[in-house]
Ligand binder design. Structure first.
Ligand code: DGY
Length: 328
């Protein structure tokens, strides 16, 4: 009998689902919108694998709904903050994610945010579209330069490095803060206070963990230059949004570019940061190109196929097992 695999969305890109279907019975959430945990629990019964997105909550309740047949949860995402890793380890379930396939695409978007926020591109575009462009004025939409600025990268992993490579082309000076990343040819490793004080643009690339939650709060914002731009394509919870809103309103920093928020998705209940002057906001689209989203699904499917075939997963979460184990 074929093993069963649950996918939490029907709209997964790429041809991988067909590959999966040749090996397993794929049961998918087919409703519109985000599936309710109760609906997923019903679908999850007796599955061997779950293919989920980065913001689908994978907790003990879902793992238990699947039961002892479950061997792997494959995320089509780099971030894994919505997964209860301990609960998975206790049940001997491998959890995988998608490093390697989305760094360049996310770095591209990071640079788009830097340029938009610093050069006030969103406000300028909106004014033109609203029919307000009646005269060339020397002081319209004055921004701050990106070329030659100092870029501070917090979290110098694959995406942080890809951002640093792009910054070279802009003639930027590079600093990074990451306890596991020494100086390299692109960037100098510094402590957080030095980075906050010296960077003109600060870009966040750390995963969301208990240690990084609200890593950037009122004190850190106050330590930045008044001309600083804060950019985040990592996870919303890394920034204290209330503190950031106050800092922007009080002129503590110049601007912000955000692709991620503490509460996602927002629907009509918008964060106060949306619409704030000097803030550019996007709906979590850092990895959203056709090729990259398909590559993320492909890698998730590869991880499932490998584990179900009895082998190790290709890209287990850092520090966790690549093969299913016994329940503890
Ligand atoms: C990721 O891969 O972590 C992106 O944020 C999409 O979930």
């Amino acid at each position: 009998m074929k093993q069963r695999v649950l996918t939490t969305r029907a709209d997964l890109l790429g041809g991988s689902l067909a590959r999966l279907a040749s090996q397993a019975e794929v049961v998918g959430w087919t409703g519109t919108g985000k599936p309710d945990p109760a609906d997923l629990a019903v679908l999850a019964r007796d599955v061997s694998a779950i293919l989920a997105l980065g913001n689908d909550r994978v907790d003990a309740a879902l793992l238990d709904a699947a039961g002892p047949t479950l061997r792997v949860v494959a995320l089509a995402s780099m971030g894994y903050d919505a997964v209860d890793r301990d609960a998975a380890a206790e049940r001997g379930v491998v959890v995988t994610h998608t490093p390697g396939v989305l760094a360049e695409t996310t770095a591209d978007l990071t640079f788009a945010l830097i340029l938009m926020a610093r050069r006030r591109l969103g406000a300028a575009r909106d004014s033109l579209a609203a029919g307000q462009w009646d005269l060339f004025r020397m002081d319209d939409y004055l921004g701050l330069d990106v070329h030659g600025a100092t870029l501070g990268v917090i979290g110098y992993g694959q995406i942080g490095r890809a951002v640093a490579r792009r910054a070279q082309g802009f003639g930027m000076r590079l600093l990074h803060h990451d306890p596991s990343a020494p100086d390299d040819t692109l960037s100098k490793s510094v402590d957080l206070p030095t980075l906050l004080a010296e960077a003109d643009i600060i870009s966040l690339h750390v995963p969301l963990t208990p240690q990084t939650r609200h890593l950037i709060g009122a004190a850190e914002l106050a330590a930045m230059k008044p001309t600083a731009t804060l950019v985040s394509t990592s996870r919303g919870g890394v920034v204290d949004e209330n503190a950031l809103t106050r800092a922007l309103r009080d002129g503590v920093i110049h601007s912000a570019g955000l692709d991620v928020f503490e509460r996602e998705p927002m629907g009509r209940d918008l964060s106060p940061l949306v619409g704030e002057p000097h803030v550019v906001t996007l709906p979590h689209i850092g990895s959203a190109t056709e090729a990259t989203r398909a590559a993320m699904v492909d890698l998730a499917v590869d991880n499932i196929r490998d584990v179900l075939a009895g082998g190790p997963a290709r890209t287990p979460l850092p520090g966790s097992s690549a093969t299913p184990g016994a329940r503890r």
